[in-house]
Ligand binder design. Sequence first.
Ligand SMILES: [Zn+2]
Length: 483
Amino acid sequence: MLLYNTLGKKKEAFVPANPGKVNMYVCGITAYDFCHIGHARSAVVFDVLARRLRYLGFDLHFVRNFTDIDDKIIARAKKESRDWQEVASTYINAFHNDMDRLNVLHADVEPRATEYIPQIQQLCSTLIAEGKAYVTPSGDVYFRVRAWPSYGRLSGRSLDDLIAGARVTPGEEKDDPLDFVLWKAAKPDEPFWESPWGKGRPGWHIECSAMSAPWLPLDIHGGGQDLIFPHHENEIAQSEAAWHSEMATYWIHNGFVQINAEKMSKSLGNFTTIRQILQNYLPETLRFFLLDKHYRSPIDFTPQSMDEAEKALHRVYTSLHEARNALEGSKWKHIVLPENILQEWASLPQTFIAALDDDINTAQALGQIFSQVRLVNRLLEDKNLCTSEGCRTLLTEFLKRAQNWDRQLGLFGAQPTVFLSDLRAIRAKRKNLDLVSVTNLLKQREQARAQKNFMQSDELRNQLLSMGVTVRDTITGQIWDME
Ligand SMILES: [Zn+2]
């Protein structure tokens, strides 16, 4: 498997430090608000990587942390007159809730920063003893960036570039504007822990070093692209300065999510939470949308792109549904499928796997799934072939492959009838359509057809069409759908 390593800036063959075992650490959320679509992307991308590694037979140890002490958590707690721990727990629970809906599997270990205070203090002490960190008169501890000559290697920035942009905020007692905080002295009314440097709490970057230490050597360290600098750059500097060994071999980063071609930011007010999106779309639609582009490319969240994702899912599930229906037939003709169909059918799973092994190219892997769906549809539409034994074998295999897509991509695992009915319901909700009146009209039409009153049946069909509902007549009755 090839993975793009931000450290080497190229795709590299993935070889874990210990054969057969993989340790992966992904930076999690700061628990002070509901997760937005950027969090969803990172979680879904690393979920697919974890699924792939397990599928390949690696004994994966997946760690994803929670930052449960931070300025933003404290600020929210103050604003809402709540306990800071309660704020953190609220949003950690919300994270789990959202991710469960998106079919993101839990990490094996989900440590919280506050569970690692002694280890964080130990790291600070080691760095101070080695002269790579220092304590200020007010009790802050800073990392001395110039004591780490390779600083900037991950993000490709030089110290000269960085010094030009560095600022010292009034009140900070840094020796050098480049230095970053490891331990913060507590301000009055702030939560704190006793430390050799007085009452205080950990800075953000140091927690990930402390929480990843039990799982060394890390094969993969991941997160969103926005974490490359300064977060991961600082993690590398402080960890490697303290441990005298490499922090992680492969640094994997997923791309940004834009909203209507604009960068997502609190100031623009276009922070779209997962919860908001799931009021209008099924969770699987969002997951599909996130995987339909390569994980390193930026993606643009728009209503149109979500509608397209929805249509694509609808195509796959309709095919799965019809394949199941066809398999309920009992008379199968002794016809062998044409060689070209059989060959194409046999080759597609290999290209699916090749796509995933080429830096987790889910966009291409999904393309392969659509080729399989097209082939199945072609067969189902062929009156001669669709009742052949060759077709039965192929359709059975199609349903089996779908289980494999679910296992690896976390997609297409629902019961087709359940998915299609949920999709109709959410589309109806988006259109403010009254499902009861749709059902009534469908019933009336069914009766009209039973009485061979085709004029009334056509009128009812048009009435439904004007509401955006299409009706198709099949052997087993009418099937309705909506755009
Ligand atoms: Zn981190």
